[in-house]
Design a protein around this ligand. Structure first.
Ligand code: 48H
Length: 250
């Protein structure tokens, strides 16, 4: 076993995958719960989809449950999504279920990979490709380059649709705001779990031609309340975006 053969295998496998994923049906930005669920339903139904995550680890804000107490709450309307991913849960009181955050994160990630989602971690999406008033892809750079502020030009990935699943900061939609392509991002409102959950799903959708938002990014764009450690809305948001995009892809 030669060290250089190990290096050759890694470089070849990784760059083959990257080459293979430079043209996508859907590029999802952010591997939190809403982005991973969207990716799963898209890939399961035949779309070519990759998720770009700036951190080393995927899962976004799901791992810690609330305050690091690693349990999440899911409401009745989203229970079928727990079943779809094979996540175990127990009823707490009428209409509310408790699941293990680590089990939820790992099951969703695993099913997404098996459905055909390609994850690229440690890659930050630093901008969008916009042509003739339509989002046509993402601009990517290596997270350590972004962290160190080195002046290194990015690469691009073309995609028929881009999904902003970047959570509270709605970073990707922010790139359109700073160019005056969307009018405003009011940011999420203070905690109101029930309303926040409903509005997450309601405001999931296309916010600019070719760009969808999910999860907390949808709340940030709509000025809708946050909801704390209840995750059914994140799951339903991801599924809603996927089903709408699948229709458009035909
Ligand atoms: C690549 C990026 C970039 C970028 C960010 O925050 P998330 O978990 O997002 P959601 O919306 O799927 O889930 C939100 C949920 O975790 C949560 O925070 C809730 C329910 N809060 C309620 C409350 O009241 O606080 O994941 C977003 C992911 C993260 O992994 C980021 O690292 C990643 O997106 N990301 N990846 N390029 N430019 N920006």
């Amino acid at each position: 076993m030669k060290e250089v053969e190990i290096s050759r295998a890694i470089v070849e496998a990784y760059f083959n995958d990257l080459l293979e994923n430079l043209s996508l049906d859907v590029a999802i930005v952010g591997a939190g719960p809403s982005g991973m669920v969207a990716g799963y339903y898209l890939a399961k139904n035949g779309a070519k989809v990759a998720i770009f995550e700036k951190k080393l680890s995927i899962g976004g804000g799901i791992w810690g449950g609330a305050m690091g107490f690693n349990r999440i709450i899911v409401q009745e309307e989203a229970r079928e999504i727990l079943d779809e991913f094979g996540i175990s849960y127990r009823p707490f009181k009428s209409g509310l279920y408790v699941a293990d955050a680590v089990e939820a994160a790992t099951m969703i990630a695993s099913k997404a990979v098996k459905a055909g989602v390609k994850f690229f971690n440690m890659i930050e999406v630093e901008d969008l490709v916009v042509k003739e008033n339509h989002v046509a892809g993402i601009v990517i750079n290596w997270t350590p380059v972004m962290m160190t502020g080195l002046h290194v030009d990015p690469l691009t990935v073309e995609a028929k649709f881009v999904v902003d699943s970047t959570g509270h900061g709605a970073q990707i939609s922010g790139h359109l705001l700073k160019r005056g392509l969307i009018e405003r991002i009011p940011g999420e409102g203070p905690m109101w779990a029930e309303k926040g959950e409903k509005l997450t799903v309601k405001h999931t959708g296309e916010v600019f031609p070719g760009l969808y938002v999910t999860g907390m990014a949808a709340n940030a764009l709509a000025g809708a309340p946050r909801m704390g450690p209840i995750f059914g809305g994140m799951f339903m948001s991801g599924r809603k975006a996927a089903l709408e995009i699948l229709k458009r892809l035909g």
